[in-house]
Structure formats: C-alpha cells, structure tokens
Design a protein around this ligand. Structure first.
Ligand code: CU
Length: 434
C-alpha cells in the first residue's frame, strides 16, 4: 500500500493501523485528502486519547465532546457511511496526546472584546484579566464634527442665568482616555450554568481648553481631570441552551452592582480664571450608581478553520441613583467571523453596533459651562469594526493559556448634543481555565 501524502513523523504505527483496517475506497479517499486535512486541522497531539470503536451496530466513544470537526470527525462520518456495505469494522485510534477538547482551540472563544460568550463544563474555573483602552478626541453633534471655537461661541450653556454662568459653553473637552483593568472569574458548578463575576479598576483622563470670559475665542488655558478607582462590578449566570463540539447558543442573566463612584471631584479652570474643585461631569464618574440588568445571548459556530458568532448584550438601568439621575440604557449587537491559521492562532473581524439612551434626571452638584455637564449630551448610536487575534498555548507551561487582542475603530457615530467622539479602542486579555 502506498502511503503517499502521509507525514511519516505523524503517521507511524497508529495511522498505519487505522489505514489497513479501513475499506479500500475509504483508504483511497483518505490518502488523497490527507495533506489538505493536515493543513486544516490540529495535528495529532490535539486528538483524543483512548480507543474509538466504530461498528455497524453502533459507535463507542470516550464522549461525544471528544469529536472535533477535524480528522476524527471525518473518519467517523465516512466510516459510518461506508459501514453499511462493509463487514463489521473496527477502527482503533490510539493517539498520542491528552483528550482533545473544543476549548483547546484559539477560535473557541469569541474575540476578546466580547464578554460572556461561552460556558464551561461542570467543575471548570476560568480566570481572566482584560485591559481596555479607549481613546476619544474631537466633538460631534449628530454625525457632524464641531470645532472648539464654534462650541465656545454658539452652543448655549444650560446653566446660563445662574451666578457666574456664561451664555455659551466656555470650556471644551479636547481628548479623553479611559483605561480599564478587568479581573473576571468564571465557574461552572454544573454543566447547565456558568457563573461569572467581573470587577474593574478604571482610570479616566480628560483634557480641556478654557476660553477667557463670556465671549470671543481667547484661550485662557487648559486643564486635565483624571479620576481613578474601582468601577462597577458585574455578576452573571450564563446558560448553555444548546452546546455541541462546534456550536453553542447561550443566554445570560446578569446584574451590575454600583461599586464605582459617582461623586468624584477635581480642580478645574473656569472662564473667570478661578480654580475651584467641582464634582466631575457624568462621563468622568467611575460607575453608574444604579443596579443595572445585563441580559445577553450569544451564538457561535465553527466549521473547519472558519468560525462565526453573534451576540446581543444589554444594560438596563433600574431606578435613579443617589445623585438624582440614571444613565441611559445601552444595547449592543455584534457579529464576527474568525479564521484559524494554526492550532495556536486565529484572527477575527467583528462589527458592533451600540445604541445608548439619554441620561434621565440631573445631578444638581454638576454645574459647569461644558458640554459634559449637560445630561442631554449623552447617548447616541455608533458602529465599530474590530480586528482581533486569539492565541492559545499548545504545549509546555503555556498550554491552555489564552491571549486575545482586539483593535476597534469607529465607522459611524451619531451622537446626542455636542459630545466627544471615539477614535479607537484596544482590548488585551489573558484567560486560563483550570
Ligand atoms: Cu470562560
């Protein structure tokens, strides 16, 4: 028998056994297709250990989960097809490595910017750390850019009439950076639910230009406010409604606990050249101040080297916070495709659409001639594209360690009020399951 096309380093004894016990037409097909399969799928070390016996009467396997859609899956399919005509057939696969698991693939997790996309098996624990950076700069009203001089001379100040408040906005935000560190733990007490907890530490920084006096475009100077501290904490339960080796549909019930501050203050520069310490506007606070419901649903599927998925994630605010307002609800819909290039790396392309509602109510302590102090200048719609990669360690001390990166860029932004626009965001994350 010719072994043209097999890789001697990987075929050896086991594959010789497999091939010689298969029917002729199967052998032929298998040999012809082998190089293609070899390129497409995880090589042998990712395949199941133990014995797979296929007989016309039935199949005995370690567990259905041990099927990935790669070689052993196709061996199984073709064997089942040919077994009707063949005599009793036994295929013995005695392979080298630890049990294959769909979770050993880089693309079995969504791009790192997507949270709560998967569930775990009973007893599994996963810890994760994510770093997220968001960079904003410039201002839009609707979809149109608006420059600082125009804001300072034409946009009305909602606090005009109170002592010291000019008729137009005289402080204009120029740039904003947000860094978030997120620590998450997932734990599945049973197969049908995975519990998740995530805490965050947030650093924000916003630079501003202050215009001198009540009119004109004379630049008085600039200042930066930079609060940091713990953000809100989320708890969730994810239920896998349907889960197979290459498909998962899950729904999430979550709640966000208001552990982040809504009362941070900082020193500012006023148009009258004073430097009081004021409560920071809504965008610069670290939490929502309300208990928020976070429902979600995720579907994902893999086929050969390709994968795709989609998710809905909502944040529904409940009640009004102690300061007298409620942030807008947000709804995010996202979809991605991924392509695996090797057992340890996949790349992804994702789009996400987000709609965010207005702030309801007002914090009476937030008063300033700046767009961020007006609750009407929050919320809007945006569409982003994200380029990502997932890596997974396949051996040694790095085995099972995941690393994800994703860069997001806005395509469309339609923002309420004059509001700062997004420039780019970066998410880095590591995950490890035990
Ligand atoms: Cu997990």
């Amino acid at each position: 028998m010719k072994r043209r096309g097999t890789n001697p380093a990987h075929s050896g004894l086991h594959w010789a056994n497999l091939l010689t016990c298969l029917p002729r037409q199967f052998r032929h097909f298998y040999l012809l297709r082998w190089p293609l399969w070899y390129r497409q799928c995880c090589p042998l070390p990712a395949m199941p250990s133990g014995v797979i016996c296929v007989r016309p009467q039935g199949v005995h396997l370690p567990s259905p989960d041990h099927f990935t859609e790669t070689i052993e899956r196709r061996v199984y399919d073709m064997t089942m097809r040919s077994s009707g005509s063949a005599a009793a057939l036994t295929v013995v696969l005695a392979v080298l490595a630890a049990p294959a698991n769909a979770d050993d693939r880089p693309d079995s997790h969504a791009p790192i910017g997507v949270m709560a996309d998967h569930t775990h098996k009973a007893g599994e624990v996963m810890v994760s750390y994510r770093f997220m950076h968001m960079d904003m700069g410039g201002t839009r009203k609707g979809t149109m850019a608006i420059d600082p001089d125009t804001i300072a001379t034409t946009v009305p100040n909602r606090f005009f009439g109170r002592p010291g408040q000019p008729p137009t906005l005289r402080v204009v935000p120029l740039e904003m950076r947000t860094d978030m560190h997120m620590i998450g733990v997932m734990y599945a007490p049973v197969d049908w639910v995975t519990l998740m907890a995530m805490g965050s530490y947030v650093s924000k920084s916003m630079s501003h230009r202050t215009y001198r006096g009540g009119m004109g475009t004379n630049d008085l100077g600039g200042f930066t406010t930079a609060p940091d501290g713990f953000g809100d904490t989320s708890l969730a339960a994810i239920f896998p409604i349907k889960k197979t080796h290459d498909f998962e549909f899950s729904v999430k019930a979550g709640v966000s606990i208001p552990t982040g501050s809504t009362t941070r203050t900082a020193q500012v520069l006023t148009p009258m050249n004073m430097q009081p310490t004021l409560r920071l506007p809504y965008a610069m606070q670290l939490g929502s101040g309300t208990w928020d419901l976070q429902p979600g649903a995720t579907v994902s599927k893999r086929s050969g080297p390709w994968g795709w998925g989609a998710q809905y994630a909502g944040t529904i605010r409940t009640g009004t916070n102690r300061e007298g307002y409620r942030l807008g609800d947000s709804h995010v819909a996202t979809a991605w495709v991924s392509r695996r290039f090797a057992p340890w790396i996949s790349a992804s392309l994702r789009v996400s659409g987000r709609t965010t509602g207005n702030i309801r109510g007002i914090d009476p302590m937030i008063v300033a001639p700046v767009q961020t102090a007006d609750p009407a200048n929050y919320g809007g719609e945006r569409l982003d594209v994200h380029f990502g990669t997932n890596l997974i360690g396949t051996g040694g001390g790095l085995k099972g360690l995941r690393l994800g990166m994703e860069l997001g860029l806005p395509i469309v932004q339609d923002l309420n009020g004059p509001q700062m626009e997004g420039n780019w965001m970066l998410t880095l994350g590591v995950q490890k399951a035990f």
